[in-house]
Design a binder for this molecule. Structure first.
Ligand SMILES: Cc1ncc(COP(=O)(O)O)c(C=O)c1O
Length: 376
């Protein structure tokens, strides 16, 4: 069977698993805010989906996105998920002879898009307590040169959960400016962080921000996100968009309703997420897993498996057999992936309890597993 089909069937089987606890993709499974549900239902009942949306997104949503970031001077380009915002940036800026500089771990798909466009990808290792699991301005400065087209920064980092200070973002922006690169600030997890500083605030000419509605608002299956650009760069990026007929109307209505209730919604999501993290931390440490980064500023935790003598892939398979999806480190990083699993925490409390209660059995079975099916 082709790799693409094997991969598709892997996810198809997960979606067909009754009552699966989705704790591997940082999606948000806390029941939707009533205003968001109502907005979607209203859009369906009004038949709004019969028409295309405006190509850059509904103006009210575009304005709400930039206001939410505190960037009223910037322009939002609504995309089918944050992933497509990143794809279009790579298409616009990466070409043979350029470099795309990021961290390791980073989020893998933009690296693929950069390579597809012919750029050389440079990954700066950050999985190291010596650098607090963070990119440093010194390491970045050493990795860039006149060929660098894009510096791609995931902040908070998925999977590590670190986040950057305003000073660090300013230092990265200066380095980008000096080498003529675009600083691409992937802010997908910003709403789970204590303190976050979009690069566009300090680099309004040579940075862009990507945002997602999948994680904080729970709209992963709706496919909605945005690229936020300086006004002067909007034309360049709009010309590269492939969503020329607009993003989903229903998703946009949901996103707009979500932004209107964001403070209230996120207070509740973060309360549940924080309690889940504490519960999972305690259960994980009790069986010998270790936690390199605490607190995590994302809706997920990295759990290291080495001290317990466990293979990440075996844990993922044993959890899958119990109706729980968690993620093997190699999804994120070839170099460091054998050290950890990642567990997503923006889920109903019952799911976190289910994982906590199953962990002893999962680890016991993981020790017996050798031949494992492929994981993605
Ligand atoms: C760092 C990062 N950026 C972007 C995305 C994609 O978000 P979306 O669902 O909006 O395409 C993800 C999803 O896992 C992510 O982890």
């Amino acid at each position: 069977m082709s790799d693409a089909l094997v991969r598709n069937r892997y996810f198809d089987e997960l979606t067909a698993t009754p009552d699966l606890a989705w704790m591997g993709q940082n999606t948000n499974h806390i029941p939707a805010h009533p205003a968001v549900r109502a907005a979607m239902i209203q859009a369906i009942e009004a038949g709004e989906f019969n028409a295309y949306a405006p190509p850059l997104g509904f103006e009210a949503l575009r304005a709400a996105i930039t206001a939410d970031l505190g960037l009223p001077e910037a322009e939002a380009l609504v995309t089918e998920g944050g992933v497509n915002a990143l794809a279009l940036v790579c298409r616009a800026r990466c070409k043979p002879g350029t470099t795309f500089v990021t961290t390791d771990p980073s989020w893998k798909w933009p690296l693929l898009f950069a390579r597809q466009a012919g750029a050389e990808v440079i990954e700066i290792p950050i999985y190291d307590p010596a650098c607090d699991y963070k990119l440093t301005p010194e390491a970045l400065a050493a990795a860039v040169d006149a060929r660098t087209a894009v510096i791609y920064l995931v902040d908070p980092n998925n999977p590590l959960g670190i986040r950057y200070t305003a000073e660090e973002i300013a230092a990265f922006a200066t380095i980008a400016k000096d080498c003529g690169a675009l600083l691409v600030h992937d802010c997908t997890y910003r709403d789970f962080a204590d303190g976050h500083h979009p690069a566009l605030r300090v680099a309004p000419e040579h940075s862009v921000v990507s945002v997602s509605f999948s994680k904080w608002l729970g709209l992963a299956g709706m496919r909605i996100g945005a690229l936020v650009t300086p006004r002067a760069l909007l034309e360049e990026f709009a010309a590269q968009a492939t969503s020329v007929l607009g993003a989903s109307v229903i998703a946009q209505r949901a996103a707009q309703a979500g932004l209107a209730v964001k403070a209230e919604w996120m207070a509740e999501v973060r309360r549940i997420d924080t309690a889940n993290k504490a519960m999972i931390r305690e259960a994980a440490e009790a069986i010998g897993l270790t936690i390199p980064v605490w607190p995590s500023h994302g809706n997920f935790l990295v759990l290291e498996t080495g001290a317990a003598g466990l293979r990440p892939e075996a844990l993922v398979e044993a959890a899958r057999r119990r109706g729980i999806m968690i993620r093997q480190g190699t999804y994120h990083t070839a170099r460091f992936g054998d050290r950890f699993i990642k567990v997503s925490t923006s889920v109903p409390t019952e799911w976190a309890i289910r994982l906590r209660n199953a962990l002893p059995d999962i680890t016991a079975e993981a020790r017996t597993l050798n031949d494992l099916p492929p994981q993605f």
